[in-house]
Design a protein around this ligand. Structure first.
Ligand SMILES: [Zn+2]
Ligand SMILES: [Zn+2]
Length: 315
């Protein structure tokens, strides 16, 4: 262990003690539809859901990025941590990003408030979303649930003051209107960019998009297809590994996590693909999201002590 690594873990330890850690936990990493089974059990079969919460757990607010089938266990764990106000930032409304929403236990607690955010393209959001959480698709309508449930259409940056975060939504190219999100803490930042249509040459990224993620610590990016798979699925709204790496390079991120894995991608295949990308010498770390992975991001006063502001631990 190098001196830099030792000091990073020392600072992370201090962060835990003093409640200065922001945790990013993956509850669902799969794209399109769930894929349970022995060949996918390492990375996991649940669809898109990533939580952001204060590691010290004293904060009663948390963020969910999408609410795919991973939202079921995310809601249970966050409720057990004491979270009572949940901000659910939806990238878009495809089933793999909303299917866990009606199954979240926090909707059945009088103590809880759930706020669902999505693109203004879906306004009024309640009219679009509530029917798919109601009979005949789900046995109980949202208005009959115990929690307070609110809907917000967003297009500009806003603050989540209870968490000390700025949320910056930005439009991305997909088969239906979709948003990426940049989350800024004072000295830590991440971009969530799933369901992102790859350019036809694997490299065509708009300058505007690069600016949304410029210099971010952590980029979570759609990486559903290999280049050869992409040939027959080039208009399905997703990215290749090559494209995700190119976006990360252009944004000058510190860390890239492949996300929205193809439902037919086995653990063995995915591990081989990730190892191949890791082998090249780059200025940023590369890994693949898996259920239970926790990335701890260091918040203000501690970040200044280190060159890097994030470190991966296994949850
Ligand atoms: Zn999706
Ligand atoms: Zn989609």
């Amino acid at each position: 262990m190098t001196a830099v690594t030792q000091s990073r873990y020392l600072v992370i330890g201090l962060g835990y003690l003093l409640g200065e850690m922001l945790s990013v936990k993956f509850y669902g990493v799969r794209g399109s539809f769930p894929s349970p089974g022995s060949s996918t059990s390492f990375y996991g079969g649940n669809t898109s859901c990533v939580a952001i919460y204060d590691a010290e757990s004293k904060n009663t607010e948390a963020v969910l990025l999408d609410a795919g089938t991973g939202g079921f266990s995310a809601s249970k764990e966050l409720f057990d941590r004491g979270v009572r106000k949940l901000h659910v930032l939806l990238s878009h409304l495809h089933l793999d990003h909303i299917q866990g929403l009606p199954f979240m236990n926090m909707l059945d607690s009088l103590e809880c408030e759930v706020i669902v955010y999505a693109s203004k393209e879906y306004a009024p959001l309640e009219d679009v979303l509530a029917p798919v959480m109601s009979p005949p698709y789900f046995p109980v309508a949202p208005k009959q649930r115990s929690a307070t449930l609110n809907y917000l259409e967003v297009s500009k940056a806003f603050e989540l003051r209870g968490m000390g975060l700025e949320v910056v939504p930005f439009p991305i190219t997909h088969s239906d209107p979709a948003l990426g999100y940049r989350i800024n803490a004072e000295n830590a930042s991440l971009v969530y960019l799933t369901d992102h249509q790859c350019g036809s040459d694997f490299h065509c990224v708009s300058d505007d998009l690069i600016q949304w993620g410029k210099g971010v610590d952590l980029l979570v990016h759609d990486a559903q297809y290999t280049s050869s798979e992409f040939i027959s699925k080039s208009n399905w709204g997703h990215s290749t590994y090559e494209f995700a790496v190119d976006v990360a390079e252009k944004m000058q991120v510190k860390e890239l996590i492949f996300f929205h894995h193809d439902p037919e991608r086995s653990d063995v295949e995915l591990s081989e693909i990730v190892q191949g990308w890791k082998a090249a010498d780059r200025n940023f770390r590369i890994s693949a999201a898996r259920e239970g992975l926790v990335v701890d991001m260091i918040r203000p006063s501690f970040a200044k002590a280190l060159n890097s502001t994030s470190a991966i631990t296994q949850g």
